[in-house]
Structure formats: C-alpha cells, structure tokens
Design a protein around this ligand. Structure first.
Ligand SMILES: Cc1cc2nc3c(=O)[nH]c(=O)nc-3n(C[C@H](O)[C@H](O)[C@H](O)COP(=O)(O)OP(=O)(O)OC[C@H]3O[C@@H](n4cnc5c(N)ncnc54)[C@H](O)[C@@H]3O)c2cc1C
Length: 468
C-alpha cells in the first residue's frame, strides 16, 4: 500500500505551495478508501494475540505514542486497538486543522511547552514524510478597544512561550495581510499553519505498522482483567502476559499483554474506570459546529482569522480557517453534545446524556455560565447570529455566503466543582491491573499540534512506570 502514497507525495513535495488545493482530493481518493486496507485486520488474522504493550485508541495521541514507543523499543511487540473501522475517526479527524503556534497558554505550562515544541516537530515530520501542509499564518484581531489590552497581554504570553516572529500589527497591516478583515490591532503569527490532522494520524499508523506494530480496528475494549496463572500460556509463562483486554471484536475477542496505555479521547474516563480509577475527571462532550463559506466566496480570507479569546473559556472563539482542500470553515461554537460522539442535534444517547446531566461538575459549570451556553446554542441554531459575530472581523460576509458545515466533538475534562481541567491527567487504577496500566485521561487541545511532543512525554512515563 505504501507505493502509491509515495508517488503522490513526492509530487507534492516539489510544489508544496500548491498542494493545499489538490492534496485533499487526491489524498481522499488514495489514502481514505485504502485506510481500511492499510490497517486491515486481515494482516493480523493469523498472528498470536500476545503483546508486550497495547495502546488503546487510534486517535492522534494514541498513534503518536505507538509510533514513539516502537521507534524507542523495536524489539517489543506492540499493538494498537481502535473501536472504529479506521484511525482518527473522532477528534483527530474532526477538528479545525490548524497547526497552533502556542500563543495562548500560560508561560511555563506543559501545554505551552508541548505546543511550541510540537509545532516544530510536526513541520519536520511532515517534511520528512512528504505530508502536505500550508503555513498560511494567523491574525488574532481586536475589534473593540477593551480587547486591545488583552491582545497585548496575549502577545507578551506568546513571546514568553518562545513563539517565533510574533508581532503586533495595526489596521493598515491587517488589511495588507487580510484585505477583507478589519480591526484596531492584531497579533500576526506567520508560522501558524493548516493541515489535515486525520491524515497525519494515518501516517503515524503507517509508520507504526512499517516498524512491525499491529493495528486492530473494529476492536472496542470492553474490559481489562488479570489472567489467572492457569491461562492457556501455561505454567510460569502464564505470568508473562497477564493483562487480558476483552473487546467486542468478533475476529479477535481478546488480546493479552504485559502493559496497556489508553488514549481514549471522548471515552478516556470510561476506560480509566475499567481499571478501578475514579470516574472524575469526567469527560463532557462539547460539540463544535462549523459553517462553510460558499465556494465563490472562498477568497474572502487568505489565512486564519481568530478573535481575542475570552479567558474564562478554553475555546478559542469562532474563527475563519482555510482548509487544505481550499474550502473555508467558520467556527466552531461550543454546545453540549447529546452523545459522546454526537455530531448533530439528532444524535442522542440517553445513557451518555444522563451520565453528563447527573454529573455535579456539569451542573455547576452550567450554573456558572448559563447565559454563555444558551448563547452558543442560539448561535448554533440561527446561522445569522453566528455570521453577525464573524462580521465583526470580515464585514463583507453575508448570511447567504454560508451554509451549515461539519462538526467536531471535544472531550472536555471537568472536575466535581465544574472547573475545566486544562492540564494533562495520567492515571493507573487499583490492584495488579493498576500496576500495568497507564491512562492518558486528558490530553488537552491543541493535542493534534502537540502530538509528537506529547508522545515523547507519554513514552518517558511508560518507560519509567513499566521499567522498560
Ligand atoms: C472542534 C475541534 C477543533 C479542534 N481544532 C484543533 C486544531 O485546529 N488544532 C489542534 O492541534 N487541535 C485541535 N483540536 C484538538 C485535537 O483535535 C484533539 O486534542 C486531538 O485530536 C485528541 O486526540 P486523541 O487521540 O486524544 O483523541 P481522539 O482523536 O478522540 O482519539 C481517541 C480514540 O480512542 C478510541 N476509543 C475510545 N474508546 C475506545 C475503546 N473502548 N476501545 C477502543 N478504542 C476506543 C476512539 O474511537 C478514538 O478513535 C480540536 C478539537 C475539536 C473537537
């Protein structure tokens, strides 16, 4: 399967600048249909289902971690299990597709360090693997006088974080960079880019398989257990692979291994509970809905245009984002999803909804930010309200220029007090199982940009915890 991709990307490398328009279409036709074959369970059918380490979750964090571990430990037998029929089926394949520079995050925080490092690592990886991206830059625009001081604070933050070549620009330069954009002042970040993170995840997967790793798709983990000594491995070797991972997969109903790492995104809390961890921090799913600019208006923006974020929320606010296929997405808002992987209002899971609504943390959050939440829902339902927000930056945008677009669901970790958990959370569990399992319970956004740096951090932790 590797050969056609290589031909495709060597062409892209020659003309990276024009890759954005045509790449997504060509990638769709070459990579997406074959993804099931790339990660086909056919190739794994006859293998023995015993591993040194199994990673649960085929999103960008799980796949980056799997790739990092197999590079560091080529002699270990590693596998990834993913419940969907392809990699990157959820957050990693449903996001804004921005390569973030690391401006927003508190200086010295892990989030800031991993994002700044992750951006460099991502561009380097993409160059080496001939994955198309575009450094189209970004403006964070203040349109109200009271946003200007927050913008100045943001510039200082970004510079402290080591974000390269950030600078403040005035109204004339805003116009030079984005002719249809207005603002009092803006931060220009030239190294912010766009990319297809779902495709990047599939590359991590390809690299993992190339180095001997195995990927099981359609394998939903239902239970972790410790095998009895009398397991079929027999005798003392029965202790070699004591962790049993049970799944819904008909082909491979269970695997056994020595150690497990879970990177379950929207289900990370549920996976952690399966080894005896506290159910909190709980994952609450927030859907982000995008509008789509009509094709004849796509030249309205050249790069990313973002508002000055409201510091009370983890969401960056609705923004203009060009995509690798040439389309332009506007959004996302943030509304409670009625299902953990509910991409539309009609996708409802009563257990998921009951789970979220019965959680004290969510009720406290809703109480604190009721008007914000209702406004987000209103904007989700009435396109004109969302457009009004966006017209602050691009006044020539009209409601008739947009239509409803795709959506993504964010795994927002919440504590019991309704505080949004903004940091990485690792967990293990209880008993023998807890000794052999590492849960990545919260890998906060922008975990796609930071994925390679996060993977190094998780791999360090795995080596330390499991004495690899
Ligand atoms: C709307 C939106 C916009 C965003 N924009 C950006 C952006 O522009 N730039 C950026 O850097 N980041 C962005 N992010 C954040 C980024 O997409 C996520 O942080 C990142 O994709 C998280 O990756 P993950 O691997 O942790 O989770 P996921 O991609 O959700 O992967 C988790 C995987 O685990 C699997 N899984 C769960 N439970 C089980 C089970 N029991 N058995 C087997 N498999 C299981 C799931 O099927 C899933 O594939 C955005 C996120 C959203 C939602």
């Amino acid at each position: 399967m590797a050969a056609p991709c290589r031909v495709l990307f060597s062409r892209c490398q020659r003309s990276r600048k024009i890759a954005n328009q045509h790449a997504a279409q060509r990638l769709k036709s070459i990579v997406c249909p074959s993804s099931a074959r790339l990660f086909s369970s056919e190739s794994t059918k006859n293998k023995q289902h015993q591993y040194d380490l199994v990673i649960v979750g085929g999103g960008i964090v799980g796949m980056a971690t799997a790739q990092e571990l197999i590079i560091r430990h080529p002699d270990l037998k590693l596998a990834v299990v993913e419940k969907e029929n392809e990699l990157a089926a959820h957050q990693s394949g449903h996001n804004s597709g921005v390569v973030h520079a690391g401006i927003y995050y508190a200086p010295g925080s892990l989030k800031a360090k991993l994002c700044v490092k992750g951006l460099d690592m991502a561009y380097k990886y993409c160059d080496e693997h001939e994955i198309p991206y575009k450094k189209c830059g970004k403006l964070i625009v203040a349109v109200d006088p009271d946003e200007v001081s927050r913008l100045e604070g943001l510039l200082e933050r970004g510079q402290k974080n080591g974000v390269k070549d950030l600078r403040m620009v005035g109204p004339d330069e805003i116009k030079d960079i984005e002719p249809n954009c207005v603002g009092l002042k803006a931060i220009h970040s030239p190294h912010t880019g766009i990319i297809d993170w779902g495709l990047v995840t599939k590359y991590y997967g390809k690299e993992f398989e190339k180095r001997g790793g195995t990927i099981y798709t359609n394998f939903e983990v239902t239970k972790f257990d410790i095998a009895a000594e009398s397991s079929e491995e027999g005798g003392s070797s029965g202790l070699n692979h004591p962790v049993v991972i049970e799944g819904k997969s008909q082909e491979n109903p269970s695997l056994s291994c020595r150690h497990v790492v879970t990177c379950g995104g929207l289900h990370s809390d549920k996976l952690a509970e399966k080894s005896g961890c506290d159910p909190v921090p709980r994952i609450v799913p927030f859907r982000g809905e995008y509008l789509l600019l009509s094709p004849e208006k796509e030249d309205l923006v050249r790069g990313n245009i973002y508002p000055v974020p409201d510091p009370r929320f983890p969401f960056l606010g609705v923004h203009f984002t060009p995509r690798m296929d040439g389309s332009v997405w506007l959004g996302p808002n943030a509304v409670l999803a009625f299902k953990r992987e509910g991409y539309g209002y009609t996708q409802i899971s009563l257990p998921d909804l009951a789970d979220a609504l019965s959680f004290r943390g969510l009720r406290k959050l809703a109480y604190k930010h009721l008007s914000y939440g209702l406004m987000e829902m209103y904007k989700g339902i009435y396109i004109r309200a969302q457009v009004k927000q966006l017209q602050r930056f691009v006044p020539s945008l009209r409601p008739e220029d947009v239509s409803r677009g795709p959506a993504g669901v964010r795994a927002q970790a919440l504590d019991r007090e309704g505080t949004l958990v903004d940091d990485f959370v690792f967990d293990a569990g209880t008993g023998d199982l807890g000794q052999r399992i590492l849960h990545v319970r919260n890998a906060p956004s922008p975990a796609a940009t930071s994925s390679l740096a996060i993977a190094e951090m998780v791999a360090d932790r795995v080596e330390q915890q499991f004495s690899l």
